[in-house]
Design a binder for this molecule. Structure first.
Ligand code: G3P
Ligand code: CA
Length: 381
């Protein structure tokens, strides 16, 4: 049985009082003593204060960040090919992405596969191949299938809620049976192989998908993923990988219990989406952001947390989120930039990119269209 670890609360205020949406305790019992953890946290708090001092003395987070914003291919080049397929990954590499994103979940036999949803319904033909293997709610969960079984499925363009047509009608035809579910290992090998053959150094942007739910299912997603990343040489903060999660407690766990040196990104959504036990409203406060800066290197907000709306004259109204986070030494990588699904605050793709890069000055974006963002950056920045 998984035991709980609640010592974090002795060092910093607990963002969710250790009881989440599903009404259960969160976190694992740490192998470290309370004293060890307290010492580590004190060191990190000192680092944050040093960053704040740099900021106060005129060296802003903006100046500390790298020169060129990152193009992060969201689920591969998913604007052109079905998400999280080898083809979409190869195309993203070829189109000039700096990083390629992987959403990772576990199979019944503990294999990490690259899938956005916990369920298979919206992106595969599972209903045809495995009738009756759904749960009571009618959905087919990847975690109920072995990797060998998942490999029999075809991956297709994401369908809409009713499954009658594609979510993005102008994208790859929905009925194709060309593509397969891939493992994280396969994707790493493809990216590292293409890095060798092209001389580029494209990185990974790995998201741990709902680690809390995996724990309920008796699985430790983080342990499997971190072991695999280490096996493939991703060990230090300098390595070309970011690990991201909506779960604040899981990221804290990676930093303290796993003692990972890898760069971590706190994803921020809306509480109503029910993605995690994390209280996103609290993370967006000054106190919450300062706490994130203790364990994470960056944040991944959604674009409407950066642009609150338009002024009376139609100009975008930026929130202070980007500058607040950068002032704490963190990078900001908003999601998701799509040329075929513009947010209400922008009337064109170019305007959206202008707002993100030139006005908000983000450090990179998740995009389904890495080539279009790359072209914009070449011309404008
Ligand atoms: O990980 C950044 C972004 O991808 C988060 O949203 O739902 O596409 O994983 P989602
Ligand atoms: Ca993601």
């Amino acid at each position: 049985m998984v035991k709980v670890w609640t010592n974090w609360g002795a060092v910093l205020p607990n963002p969710c009082n250790c009881r989440g949406l599903r009404g259960r305790n969160i976190g694992f019992e740490s192998p470290f003593s309370h004293h060890d953890i307290k010492q580590k946290m004190q060191k990190r708090i000192i680092l944050v204060f040093l960053t704040l001092i740099l900021w106060k003395t005129g060296i802003s987070g903006q100046e500390l960040k790298s020169q060129s914003p990152l193009v992060i291919a969201h689920r591969g080049a998913s604007g052109y090919l079905p998400e999280h397929t080898l083809a979409a990954v190869a195309l993203a590499h070829g189109l000039g992405a700096d990083f390629i994103e992987q959403d990772v979940i576990l199979t019944q036999d503990n294999q990490p596969v690259v899938l956005h949803d916990l369920t298979l319904d919206a992106t595969t033909n599972v209903n045809n191949l495995f009738p009756g293997r759904n749960r009571k709610n009618g959905l087919f969960y990847a975690i109920d299938f072995t990797l060998a079984e998942l490999k029999k499925l075809s991956v297709r363009e994401r369908g809409n809620r009713s499954g009658t047509e594609s979510k993005y009608p102008r994208r790859f035809p929905g009925k194709s049976a060309l593509f397969k579910i891939i493992t994280l290992q396969e994707e790493i090998e493809l990216i590292q192989g293409m890095n060798k053959s092209t001389g580029r150094n494209v990185g990974l942007f790995v998201e741990l998908k709902d680690p809390e739910w995996h724990r309920q299912e008796g699985k430790d997603l983080s342990a499997v993923v971190m072991k695999l990343l280490e096996h493939y040489g991703y060990k230090t903060a300098k390595d070309r990988v970011y690990v991201q999660s909506f779960s604040a407690n899981e990221l804290k766990r990676l930093r303290l219990e796993f003692e990972t040196k890898l760069k971590l990104v706190q994803l921020i959504g809306e509480n109503r989406w029910r993605l995690s036990e994390t209280d996103f409203n609290r993370l967006l406060t000054a106190e919450g952001l300062a706490e994130v800066a203790v364990y994470a290197d960056g944040i991944g907000p959604w674009i409407k947390q950066i642009v609150g709306g338009n002024s009376f004259f139609g100009n975008p109204e930026l929130t202070s989120l980007v500058s607040d986070a950068q002032s704490l030494g963190m990078k900001v990588f908003p999601y998701t930039i799509r040329s075929d699904a513009l947010p209400g605050f922008s009337s064109s793709f170019e305007e959206l990119l202008d707002i993100m890069f030139k006005q908000a000055k983000v450090d990179g974006v998740f995009t389904d269209f890495p080539d279009k963002v790359r072209s914009f950056l070449k011309l404008q920045i």
